[in-house]
Design a binder for this molecule. Structure first.
Ligand code: SF4
Length: 640
């Protein structure tokens, strides 16, 4: 293994035949190249889509920085090769390699795959195949890398269970180093791969699927998932970090244009708003904020290290950050002479202030301003627990146009539970009303762009039991919008219904879905998130060959007492809270932001000791002082 060949010398002829060879060369400013031979543990961090997208993935940047800070470990990057490069690799017989040292994936000790969304599943199989790693966990030999996945899509790991040796459930900063340290010790011990899997299963936040068995009922639903190994914890509780660790600042600066050429700084993790369709809002609790000084200091360092001209202050809902105005003012003031562009990608209508707009107006370019009402009638917004009034949407739109923006981007979702065609028509009406406001303020230059996606009921949300719209229902709603949401100044984009179906199958699938993923990949499915590559026929053929019915996963309302394929994964929020919230939605009842009133969603009893050790403003949840309460906690914590 130590003599793993560096493939650099074989690459020039391949790179001469592909678009954007800069995707495959590495060598950028701030990449970390450690000595391959003398570094005991080697980790490949993969994002299973192209470089242009993967380089903007903050999770990858965080882990790259953390691992490379360890003197006895190295981390290198791997991205999915675009189809032209895949053809070159296959025809030349070369394996997929890491960008830093140009070593084959199979030469690493660990391959960590980032899975933020489900449409990356087939690309992951392709990545393993191109990297010369057996696709199924059961087929891997002692010398093969340990293959891990993490990211939001792993909160239902079952459709990828056959392919992964282990999943990280939740936040990776601490657990990734524990896993890496465990693998390092395991390498020295000479113990078997099976022994390694057993030890991994004892780490809090690690799910080793091969150590659990799934039993099905006669009607095809999951009866139960049971641990089949004494070290397999049940359920597997999501890992969190009690306090956000310092953000990375030494970002790699690509040679080629990528999705986001900017400094990404996470200002806050978690969301307390409780939108019922939003998986991220449910699975990233509790809310933890970074101090203003830490953020400003990180921007200073990152600017020095990269020369980027834009900073993105990231979170699920940036205007909910407690000190958002002082933060934006501090950043604007400190970096005024550098003409730094400040971007706040996720702003909520209710927590957005005219003052904040004034600062952003001074600092930002005016290409467009984004708001996400998600639904256009107040009835629907109550059902999804995003209770903003139409008057508030229009008033915010006016404020935005008055501050110099010409284009307002509005995000909506169709397919929410109990939605009618009137609710859909209201999307077009609201867009026109917003445009009318824009016209009053900015005249003929005002524009509204409506981004209309389709709701997929995601695991660990209050809507996890509801059915997805059928393709016919989605088409009917989209056709209505295409007819009515048109005219000068209006633009609409939408998601193809077939792509929504794929996302729903994969998000809601059980372990049998692995057969479908595998067959679809064998039939040529990859880059499923790319319109030009998505192959609906391959997926339907894969379902047929696996003997599974796609609608079973998507169009069936699941009874509250059904065992869901992901019930053995504990996302922190308790199922009884989700159930109660689901029933509240059916009654049109809403909950306020839980910063104002805790609804006992389950976070505090599960993470009581962490909250007790980190009192005050570090978390937005109430404090836990009682030792008895903390003692009742039963975290499956095991040091690696
Ligand atoms: S414990 Fe309370 S405050 Fe914390 S996330 Fe849950 S509901 Fe919100």
């Amino acid at each position: 293994m130590d003599a793993a060949p560096d493939l650099s010398q074989h690459l020039p002829p391949l790179l001469a035949r592909v678009q954007k060879p800069g995707r495959y060369t590495g060598g950028e400013l701030n990449q970390v190249v450690k000595d391959w031979l003398t570094t005991p543990l080697r980790v490949a961090l993969a994002f299973p889509d192209i470089y242009d997208l993967g380089m903007s993935n903050l999770g990858l940047a965080i882990l790259y920085d953390l691992i490379n800070r360890q003197p006895d470990m190295l981390a290198e990057r791997v991205f999915a090769p675009w189809v032209d490069m895949e053809a070159q690799l296959r025809s030349s017989g070369l394996p997929l390699y890491s960008l830093e040292s140009k070593r084959a994936l199979s030469d690493f000790d660990i391959l960590g795959v980032s899975l933020p969304y489900e449409t990356l599943f087939t690309n992951t199989l392709n990545l393993l195949d191109l990297g010369r790693i057996p696709i199924r966990s059961a087929d891997r030999r002692e010398s093969d890398p340990l293959v891990l996945a993490g990211g939001h899509a792993c909160l239902n790991p079952e459709p990828m269970a056959e392919f992964m040796d282990a999943f990280v459930i939740g936040e990776g900063e601490e657990v990734m180093l524990e896993i890496a340290r465990l693998v390092l010790n395991w390498k020295a011990s000479g113990a078997s791969r099976q022994a390694l899997l057993g030890r991994l299963a004892k780490i809090w936040g690690v799910y080793v699927p091969s150590l659990y068995e799934v039993f099905y009922s006669g009607d095809g639903t999951v009866d139960r998932v049971s641990p089949s190994h004494p070290d397999a914890t049940f359920p597997v509780l999501k890992r969190i970090v009690p306090v956000l660790p310092p953000p990375p600042t030494n970002f790699i600066v690509p040679y080629i244009d990528v999705t986001h050429n900017r400094i990404p700084i996470e200002i806050m993790r978690g969301c307390t708003r409780g939108c019922r369709f939003c998986q991220a809002g449910m699975i990233t609790r509790p809310v933890r904020e970074r101090p203003v000084e830490e953020i400003v200091g990180a921007i200073e360092q990152a600017l020095g290290a990269t020369g980027f001209e834009e900073v993105a202050l990231l979170s699920l809902s940036s205007s909910d950050y407690d000190e958002i105005l002082p933060l934006v003012e501090a950043v604007a003031q400190r970096f005024r002479d550098r003409h730094l562009n400040i971007s706040l990608p996720s702003l909520r209508i209710e927590s957005f202030s005219a003052q904040l707009m004034d600062v952003l107006q001074a600092e930002s370019h005016r290409s467009g301003f984004t708001l996400a009402p998600e639904a256009a009638t107040e009835r629907m917004r109550e059902i999804i627990n995003k209770p903003v009034s139409t008057a508030q949407v229009l008033a915010t739109a006016r404020d935005i146009y008055e501050r110099g923006w010409h284009t307002l981007k509005l995000y909506f979702m169709i397919g929410h539970p109990s939605e009618t065609l009137e609710d859909v028509q209201a999307i077009a009406d609201l867009c026109k009303a917003v445009l009318a406001v824009g016209r009053e303020v900015r005249g003929g230059r005002a524009q509204v762009h409506a981004g209309v996606s389709t709701f997929v009921p995601k695991p660990h949300t209050p809507f996890q039991w509801v059915p997805c719209d059928t393709i016919e229902q989605i088409r009917l709603k989209q056709d209505l919008l295409k007819r009515t949401l048109r005219g000068k100044g209006l633009r609409m984009t939408w998601t193809r219904p077939e792509e929504t179906m794929l996302e729903a199958w994969l998000a809601r699938g059980d372990r049998r879905m692995a057969q479908v993923v595998f067959q679809a990949w064998k039939l040529g499915a990859r880059f499923d998130a790319w319109k030009e590559h998505f192959d609906s026929a391959a997926w339907l053929a894969a379902f047929a060959s696996a003997g599974l019915e796609p609608t079973f996963y998507t169009h069936r309302e699941r009874p509250i007492d059904e065992t869901l394929p992901w019930d053995h994964i504990d996302g922190g929020v308790k199922k009884s809270f989700l159930t109660e919230d689901y029933l509240m939605s059916q009654r049109g009842q809403t909950r306020v932001d839980c910063r104002n009133r805790c609804f006992a969603c389950g976070i505090l009893p599960k993470y009581a000791h962490l909250r007790r050790e980190n009192p005050g403003e570090v978390w937005e949840c109430p404090e836990v002082r009682s030792p008895q309460r903390a003692a009742s906690l039963s975290l499956p914590v095991e040091a690696a």
